[in-house]
Write a protein that binds this ligand. Sequence first.
Ligand SMILES: [Fe+2]
Length: 191
Amino acid sequence: MKFELPVLPYATNALEPVISWQTIELHYGKHLQTYITNLNNLVSGTKFENADLETIVKESDGAIFNNAGQTLNHNIYFLSFSPAGGGAPKGKLAEAIDKKWDSFENFKKEFVAAGIAVFGSGWVWLAKDSAGNLEITKEPNAGNPVTKGLTPLLGFDVWEHAYYLDYQNRRADHLAELWKIIDWSAVESRY
Ligand SMILES: [Fe+2]
């Protein structure tokens, strides 16, 4: 099949206690695998059969968009973590964050507030435009900022499947904890 699960650069229990191994096994091993399997089946025999993932997300709708969006979203999400993560971004990304939100602490506050404000299932993203200006976008369901012409840098999944086993209904607590495992070098490489 064309699209495959990304290889995680950490063990399934390595992000504990922020994200439990059970959540990684289900979220990565089952939910993401299902999106990828569905996407491969759906694009077979269509004009998207040989297209790359971002093109499919930009140009499709309906079930193909939902499964392609979720494949792209989770690929970015799961490759933004490290057991040695946390701390703060450096270099040009740090400068751009300070320019837009005055401080990293203030950016985190705004990002979490946006994630809490997504009603139902969706994502909150840090994204950049072609000039390198940053913004926070809220996306419903499978949404990704590439559909707005932006480049996604970091996304927090606010679907309940991302946190319900570990935090039950406490989305805000989960989002506050995620900063401890962010691999800023991976995020900076997208900027
Ligand atoms: Fe998810």
